[in-house]
Structure formats: C-alpha cells, structure tokens
Design a protein around this ligand. Sequence first.
Ligand code: NAD
Length: 321
Amino acid sequence: MFIVPEREIADLVTRAASFDAVEKVFAAMAAGDAYNFPVVREAIGHEDALYGFKGGFDRSGLTLGLKAGGYWPNNLAKQGIINHQSTVFLFDPDTGRVKAMVGGNLLTALRTAAASSVSIKHLARKDAKVIGMIGAGHQATFQLRAALEQRQFEKVIGWNYHPDMLPNIEKVATEAGLPFEAVNLDAMQRADVIISITSAFSPSLMADHVAPGTHIACMGTDTKGKQEVEAALLARATVFTDEVAQAVSIGEAQHAVAQGLIAESDVNQLGAVINGTHPGRSSDDEITLFDGTGVGLQDLAVAAAVVDTAIANGVAIEVDF
Ligand code: NAD
C-alpha cells in the first residue's frame, strides 16, 4: 500500500484538480454510477470530539474507501494542531485490499471549496458581479478563493457572527485584487452569489436578505441540528444538493422538510445539472440554493487523484502490508 502524508498534499493537488474530481464524482452520483454509504458521526465522550466515517464506491472511477475523522475542539489550544483531523483510506475494489492511506485535512478544505465552486459554475447567473460571504473561519477562505475563479466578480461583501474574524476573508479578496466591504445581513440583497460557511445552529440569512436571481451555496450545515439560513428561503428557491439523503437528514434541507415547507422530492442533485438531465437555473429571477453537505465520494475522488500524482512524483511511501 501507499502512504501519502499530510505534509506532501499541498504540493500534489491544485484547486483545478479538486474542482475536476468533484464535478466528475457529482455527475457519476447523479448517473447512478457512484453512491455514498450512510454517514456515521458520533460524539465519543472524550475531548468533546466528534468522530465518524464517510465512505462510498464510484463504479465508474473504481474508487472505494472512506474518510475517518472529525473535530477535536481542544487540539489547537492543547496540541498546536488544527481541530479538524481526517485520514482517507482507499481500497482495491477488485480484492478489498487496502491501497492507500492519505492525509485528509487539506483535501477536506479543497474538496469542500470545490463543491460550492462547482455549484456556482452550473447555477449562478453568468453576469454575477458581487459575492457575499457569511462566515470567516478556516473554511471560508478556501470557499472564497475557489468561488472567485468561477465568474468575473468585482466585489466581495462579508458578514460574520464574530466580526473580528472578517480580515481572514478580506485578505483573500485583496489578494484577488477585489474590494471588500463588511456589511450587515440586509446588504446581502446586493449579492449575486452568497456562500454561507459557519458552524451555526440557528439561521443568520433570512429569506428577506436575498434578492431574486441570487445563487446561494450553504456549506456549513453537515450535522443534525445545524442551520445557517431560514427554512423559508428553501421554499423560495430551487434547491440542489450533492446527496439528497444527506440534505434532508444532516443538511440545510432537514429544517425545511421537517417544517413541511418543501418535500424531499423538491431537492435536486447538482450532478443532474452537470449531466444535462436537469435544466438548472431557468430564469434570471430564480433563486438557486445548493445545500452542500459534504459526501465521502468527494474525499475519495480528490484522494485518488493525489495518490496517482504522489506515485508519479516519487513521494508516495510504499509499505509492504
Ligand atoms: P471555523 O471554526 O474556522 O469557523 C466557524 C465559523 O462559524 C466562523 O465564521 C464563526 O464566526 C462562525 N460561527 C460560530 N458560531 C456561530 C453562530 N452561532 N452563528 C453564526 N456563525 C457562527 O470552522 P470552519 O473550518 O470554517 O468550518 C465551518 C463549518 O463548515 C463547520 O460547521 C464545519 O463542520 C463545516 N464544514 C462543512 C463541510 C461540508 O462539506 N459541507 C466541510 C468542512 C466543514
């Protein structure tokens, strides 16, 4: 088997490669060629950690495996390492033998950024100029950097529950040569694209904060009980997701479905738009909303690409196992 340590990942993967891998696997999921296994996520009662597994099988790409990991809130303070920790394991689908173990921390950030970016490519208006960010933590910088590559954006506006964190996303805007403005939530009316990426358990973005024609990527809600946007917003929007089963159980759609505002059948797969079996946005006034819950197949797709590059570059460690 091959081991690709976390320290090597940054030199082995690009935003473009992550985007391609995620777009392809969303398409494979919608075509029925790839499927995710039910998510396991447990509060283990030690160090306040949340630990779990996300796995799947892509029959078209022959990628089988899982990502194991989660969130240890005390890591940074106690150990000086980041709170999100994960590792990807890939298996040979012909034999079941383990093929590779790959550091999953940076890959998680990149595959999550790629997902909202893929949604913007396929669902945002072509003339989108203003992007609004809700959230300014670790993941927000990755989401913004990837999103800026999808349209000719002219301005970034941002709101965060903890305003002192806003310089994190201002820095990304400045690096891209774009002006940044800290705003209140009402001003999200000016955004053509909005990305929310917070760990909130109650909604910040209300239906009235959003103008017709906006595309919203809700990326923070990946657990039962979390919520970033008002459920009524989903009723106003055409809703897309990576995986319908996850959207209605651990994604943003869990609340709108539970309140009877939308049905599970109202939630569409983004992959169907990529494949051309769903028309996607149908007018400049339509609000589109991508409920990005994060699927195991995204992790496997980017990890598989990294292993190939690591072997080609001679940095994969081969172990007789
Ligand atoms: P982080 O800790 O670096 O940042 C957390 C963000 O949430 C900050 O902007 C913070 O101000 C905001 N926040 C905290 N409490 C809030 C509240 N009560 N109301 C509104 N905002 C609040 O975390 P991160 O690494 O940036 O991750 C953000 C979220 O994204 C997490 O919930 C994480 O689980 C989720 N996530 C989702 C995916 C996916 O695939 N969908 C992947 C990775 C992370």
